[in-house]
Design a protein around this ligand. Sequence first.
Ligand SMILES: NC(=O)c1ccc[n+]([C@@H]2O[C@H](COP(=O)([O-])OP(=O)(O)OC[C@H]3O[C@@H](n4cnc5c(N)ncnc54)[C@H](O)[C@@H]3O)[C@@H](O)[C@H]2O)c1
Length: 490
Amino acid sequence: MNDDARHEAARQDDPAPAGAAGETNRQDPSRRSVLWTTAGVAGAGLGLGSLSGGVASAAEASAPAAGAPAAAPARKGRTMVDVPFEGRSTVRVGIVGLGNRGGSMIELFLAVPGVRVVAVCDPVREKAEQAAAKVTAAGQPAPAVYAKGEHDYENLCRRGDIDFVYVATPWELHFPMAKAAMLGGKHVGVECPVAMRLDELWELVDLSERTRRHCMQLENCCYGKNEMRVLRMAHAGLFGDLLHGAGAYNHDLRGLMFDPDYYEGPWRRLWHTRLRGDLYPNHGFGPVANYMDVNRGDRAVSIASFGTPALGLAEYRKKHMPANDPSWKESYISADRTISLIQTAKGRVIRLEHDVSTPHPYSRINSLGGTRGVFEDYPERIYIEPDHTDDQWADFSAYAEWDHWLWKEHANPPGGHGGMDYMMVFRVMQCMRLGLVPDFDVYDAATWTAPVPLSHQSIKAKGAPQQIPDFTRGEWKKARSGMDSEKPAG
Ligand SMILES: NC(=O)c1ccc[n+]([C@@H]2O[C@H](COP(=O)([O-])OP(=O)(O)OC[C@H]3O[C@@H](n4cnc5c(N)ncnc54)[C@H](O)[C@@H]3O)[C@@H](O)[C@H]2O)c1
């Protein structure tokens, strides 16, 4: 595979295997210097702190002390539980961040009927303009291009003709961008994780409640075909009373993280110098939380995390990176494998794993067990009574009748990750057009992301359980619909 083909395959890196990505490529200094010179980062004023340590200390400062209850701050607005979108015939979208993810997701927004991309933003002008060209190639008017530096997204968020902002930028930018979008009166969908600190999660909850704008974690894995089938089977009682589940982001990203041409700068690798715990819990946690109706009848109450030594990235660097590579200045602290146990209010247990720095085949684990049986993914297999009684795993494809209506309606969805990305974009846009309650809200975004700061804190406290805040402020007890939606009429 040549470099272009490899990058195209890896473009969809997050939930799906990326293929071999070991060798180092040439760096284009003219493009990269926009974002990653020391002056550029320092001048950006986006809350990065020093790249080596500022964010770590901020994250540590924001996490509660070991075992201390994370008290809910006083509510300043009104709940966003069950709040529908205003209906509209066309959803006008602004996209911030047009790298690997944003640059491919734009095609899915353009493929959904009733959606117009009206503005695009990336300080790397070439990327913003390539995205704009995709919009016109799709037969839509040329979008406004925001490429004048690190803060131009604020101008996009101030426009009066945007309904929804999609954020696909480095993690440290998700919070200020989600905030700017809501303050600008837009609903916002953010790539994972929605923020990196506990105080930021609370601030997003408060802002969503005050501005009446939805702030959604665009967790595409919740829309996977298997995940949605298991969800429907779980809610129909096929697993009996639910007891345990597991999810993970176990994806060998060493090659991509050291590849100077893949990400726009080393932002992802640098997070391994700042936090010890699970940097990317959402792909594993989101689907299992949905199976268990977390925030809709159950609640994630506490998390205890354990981390292995952090050796994988340093070992990879030693083997593959030249002696003058800037990465040699970095000290990695993020555990190679993080294992977390979450306890729910109903006493269920969820296991989360994160490992992007050692060799292993791709897995999100995706398992669910109850009093009548168990499902496990990678590879998919099932065992539920009374269908199975012989101690042997059985074929999950026999349960296709339980597929979610989205998957019955879109048998061959376009785009990557087996179609889950399109399913998610289609459904979010459908909810916005028809004026429906979104499948997930700011409380889910905050809950699914809370393991980022809390696993770090727990590992530092030698595995002591950390309280997960009740971002719903008591409303988790109410049963309500979520991903397991009915097909809307019309
Ligand atoms: N859900 C998924 O399956 C999935 C898959 C891949 C990536 N992601 C997420 O998408 C996000 C982006 O990842 P990526 O692989 O595309 O990274 P990337 O480095 O390729 O892209 C990030 C883009 O953000 C731009 N950017 C940086 N600062 C900006 C600013 N101030 N204003 C506007 N744009 C700015 C960069 O120029 C770059 O084009 C991450 O949060 C990642 O976790 C999710």
